[in-house]
Design a protein around this ligand. Structure first.
Ligand code: C2O
Ligand code: CU
Length: 494
């Protein structure tokens, strides 16, 4: 077993485009990327190696960084083995860029799978404000095993506003946090407790168990992604010092929020500033996990990583070294939504069916969507309409991070009270805790078509807590963006 704070912090490599061009239709710059899904080995444990599946064979996969307004294509080659080496299922994958308003046929629709030996070219618009996104597998019914085996990576959209306000370069640091369990031979173990969730005893940051990062005496920006398939986190510093939340799933908050800890469910992204200038050279500050209800904790799951403060010179011409902006993005469309704009209200319950041990969302499941020929929807929404959805978890036994594709939303209440202060930014996942009822506002668009909504506890999603909504178009109307037919994978000759 690995022990905390023995390994050095690392970040995944940044992927370079294989070509750059201009889109004839609108003159936009296009960067073309390719990744290959393949089996690989990771060095996580002291003496053993661990088989993984990864984008380019690594976990996390390579980071993609793009400027707002530059379009991207991502060709995903499926060179995985025909079946999963330990679980045996067919490695049919679908790649979702979580946080992007992509067209339906490029949104990683679960049943739009690419088989081993094939490749699919995805088109991403990147017109949305700067944010931390991630790409991960969404293959129908096996998303949990595939993401857990390593098919997950960060993707960032930058823009001038964010570049002018927040630390960049080496001070802009991705933390992709996961948990895992290991068998005696070094392979990753998998036990989802009859689809309730997987709780590993090892915490990984960027694929390294409890790493140690050297930090200078200045402010750092951390893009924290909880990529665990089930575990939720409550992050805090060992000093109990305050941190500054500056961005949520959909990018900059209107204004920074001071936190000493926060609840962080699967797939949520929070960007937080930590000021190390107040610590002495040689001091160690730990990032801890205080955990939340209905997680299973082990000896060291209360630890995440450590920061060792070093005396290297700090460049004070970079004003972000000690400045926390007082205003971030006060005028985004999503944070400007109000109850007065709401055209339609809906109610969605997330629940367990105790007879079948299956999970439902809005009274439905993905099996019902499949059975309907992908036509059944939870909601038929009008283009550009503003809706209020109330999502309720009546159970005390589970929490559900609910993700709505396509849109950014604004959380307006939790159990009739204000949301958590650190949730006051654009979101696409909302933590629906035990006995909680949350309300969110969103405007649907700009694309027509069918998009998924599901729990991001991935064993829940796979069994079968996922449904869909349709923007514009009616059932059986011709859908030029039909995710099952509009953009098919191709045989890969390489
Ligand atoms: Cu991060 Cu539908 O997923
Ligand atoms: Cu769930």
């Amino acid at each position: 077993m690995p022990r905390p704070y023995r390994a050095a912090f690392i970040q995944p490599p940044v992927l370079r485009p294989y070509s750059v061009g201009i889109e004839p239709a609108d003159g936009a710059k296009v960067e073309n990327y390719v990744v290959t899904q393949m089996a690989g080995t990771a060095k996580i444990l002291p003496r053993l190696s661990t088989p993984i599946l990864g984008y380019n064979g690594i976990f996390p996969g390579p980071t993609i960084e793009v400027e707002r307004g530059t379009k991207t294509t991502l060709t995903v080659k499926n060179k995985l083995p025909a079946t999963h080496p330990t679980h045996g299922h067919v490695l049919a994958t679908s790649t979702h860029l979580h946080g992007s308003a992509s067209l339906p046929q490029y949104d990683g629709y679960a049943s739009d799978v690419t088989m081993p030996g094939f490749q699919k070219k995805y088109y991403f618009p990147n017109f949305q404000p700067a944010r931390t996104l991630w790409y991960h597998d969404h293959g129908v019914h096996y998303t949990a095993q595939n993401a857990y085996s390593g098919l997950a990576a960060q993707y960032r959209i930058h823009d001038p506003q964010e570049r002018g306000l927040l630390p960049q370069g080496e001070f802009d640091v991705g933390l992709t946090i996961t948990d895992a369990m290991f068998a005696a031979n070094g392979a990753m173990g998998y036990d989802d407790n009859t689809h309730s969730g997987l709780w590993g005893d090892v915490i990984l940051v960027n694929g390294v168990p409890w790493p140690v990062m050297k930090v200078k005496r200045r402010i750092y920006r951390f893009r924290v992604l909880n990529a665990s398939i089930s575990r939720s986190l409550r992050l805090a510093l060992s000093t109990n010092d305050a941190m500054t939340m500056v961005a949520t799933d959909g990018g900059l908050m209107p204004a920074p929020v001071t936190v000493t800890s926060w609840r962080h469910g699967g797939a949520e992204r929070y960007e937080v500033l930590i000021d190390f200038s107040k610590y002495k050279v040689g001091q160690r500050v730990e990032l801890r996990n205080l955990s939340n209800k209905n997680n299973v904790d082990y000896d060291n799951t209360n630890k995440v990583m450590a920061f060792d403060v070093v005396g290297d010179p700090v460049d004070k011409s970079d004003t972000t070294w000690n400045t926390v902006p007082t205003v971030l993005a006060p005028n985004t469309d999503v944070m400007g939504l109000t109850k007065g704009m709401v055209e339609q209200k809906r109610y969605m319950r997330v629940a367990r069916d105790d007879k079948t041990n299956m999970w439902t969302i809005g009274g439905s499941s993905w099996a019902e969507v499949i059975a309907s020929g992908y036509q059944k929807v939870f909601a038929q929404v009008a283009m550009d309409s503003v809706e209020e959805w109330e999502i309720e978890n009546k159970s005390g036994g589970w929490f559900h991070p609910v993700h709505i594709h396509l849109v950014d939303f604004k959380i307006i209440s939790r159990n009739g009270k204000a949301p958590m202060p650190y949730e006051a930014g654009p979101k696409d996942v909302v933590y629906v805790g035990e006995g909680e009822k949350v309300k969110v506002l969103m405007r649907f668009g700009p694309h027509k078509g069918r998009y998924m909504v599901h729990c991001h506890n991935l064993p829940h999603e796979d069994h079968d807590m996922m449904t869909q909504f349709r923007v514009a178009l009616n059932a059986n109307e011709v859908d030029e963006h039909d995710p099952m037919t509009a953009a098919r994978p191709e045989w890969d000759n390489d």
